[in-house]
Design a protein around this ligand. Structure first.
Ligand code: NAD
Length: 353
């Protein structure tokens, strides 16, 4: 390896440990904040209200309208409510959707953020904000969207349903897998990618058998942090571009889309950069795309896009959008090759590499 790289760390304070989310009040005060605004999805409103109650006078209200792919109109409602309440701090309790809403509010205001992730999506440690408006997803990068504090409390993930745990874990693995061949990778991101993928592989295998295994849950969240950190530091490539296209323009569910596409995009790129993807072959056993497909199958993760609302007749347009303003990718591609890749993922075929 030629040692020639740029490394940019993050200022975020990362707190990891069982029970760590019980000390949110200390973190709010350490940020010199007094008026926290708690965010969640409608599905996690009870947990958010319980947190708001625990914060007592440090909390001015909660907003339980977070939803997938961060629609701009939801963000605007939340920004208006935060202003009415004179909030000085956001506490985002939930998965990537809730954390995305917090980042979108922070982007438009000067409000500080504390993120408490309850899935493995990894968004809390990336300066990336994806937003949807008018049927299209756009992505921006800004240090402004990075939470000041991230609290990883594995206890909060004990009840994450097994199916969601698997797809969310594969979403994290996708961040690390693309990090291995990112143009701007560096030795630290590659180390984190390998450790993150290995941790998640072991953890997901254990969680399928024992969903409330505390050690496995901690290991999965640790892996998610590492994989998210990789995504936060390097450029995305073909895999993320296709997933953003499918989620943003066809409303396919985020984690499932990543889980299904991953073996196909990695298999596609493995023919161009087999050496860079060797860690995947070693961790999962086999050629990279096939090994990821077999692993996904073994943990009961979905394999075919056709089961997630995407019609075969959508694939032409999906290939067109995904190739229109492409992210840099180690293997050149055109619309026809991406159309063929999408067809295989739509059917749920095992990739050939
Ligand atoms: P999600 O946040 O939409 O969560 C899915 C569902 O699971 C929701 O109903 C949620 O309330 C529920 N849930 C979350 N944690 C739970 C728990 N522990 N127990 C029970 N239910 C729980 O799903 P996600 O996959 O985490 O996030 C997807 C979103 O995150 C997408 O909008 C995606 O674009 C974004 N994302 C962004 C980045 C980034 O870097 N910007 C990275 C990854 C994902």
């Amino acid at each position: 390896m030629t040692l020639d790289f740029v490394y940019q760390g993050s200022n975020a304070r990362v707190v990891f440990g069982n029970g760590s989310s019980r000390h949110v009040a200390d973190h709010i005060e350490a940020l010199n904040c007094r008026r926290a605004f708690v965010l969640s999805t409608p599905q996690q409103v009870r947990d958010a209200e319980a947190l708001a109650n625990r914060l007592g006078q440090l909390c001015v209200g909660n907003f339980a309208g977070a939803t997938m792919h961060t629609p701009v109109e939801v963000t605007e409602r939340a920004v208006a409510r935060a202003a009415e309440l004179e909030a000085d701090c956001l506490v985002s309790l939930g998965g990537g959707s809730t954390i995305g809403l917090g980042k979108a509010i922070a982007y438009r205001t000067v409000i500080a953020q504390i993120a408490i992730p309850t899935t493995y999506a990894g968004s809390e440690v990336t300066p990336i904000l994806g937003q949807t408006e008018g049927g299209a997803k756009t992505t921006l990068r800004s240090p402004k969207v990075l939470p000041e504090v991230v609290i990883y409390d594995p206890e909060l993930t004990l009840g994450l349903p097994v199916g969601m745990s698997m797809t969310s874990g594969l979403n994290a693995i996708a961040h690390a897998a693309e990090g291995l061949y990112a143009q701007d990778r560096n030795p630290i991101t590659s180390l984190m990618a390998v450790e993150g993928m290995r941790s998640l592989k072991e953890a997901l295998t254990a969680i399928v058998a024992r969903p409330r295994d505390e050690e496995a849950r901690a290991k999965a969240l640790y892996g998610a942090w590492l994989c998210g950190t990789v995504l936060g530091q390097v450029a995305m490539a073909l895999h993320h571009k296709i997933c953003h296209t499918l989620g943003g323009s066809f409303d396919t569910p985020h984690a499932e889309t990543h889980a299904i596409m991953l073996p196909h995009t990695i298999g596609f790129n493995a023919t161009a950069v087999p050496d860079l993807l060797r860690p995947i072959a070693e961790i999962f056993g086999g050629s990279p795309g096939q090994a990821l497909y077999d692993f996904g199958k073994s943990i009961g993760s979905p394999l075919a896009l056709k089961n997630f609302g995407l019609k075969e007749s959508d694939l032409d347009r999906a290939a067109e959008i995904a190739t229109k303003s492409p992210y840099p990718n180690p293997r050149p591609f055109d619309r026809a090759s991406i159309r063929a890749l999408l067809q295989r993922a739509w059917r749920g075929d095992r990739p050939s590499h």
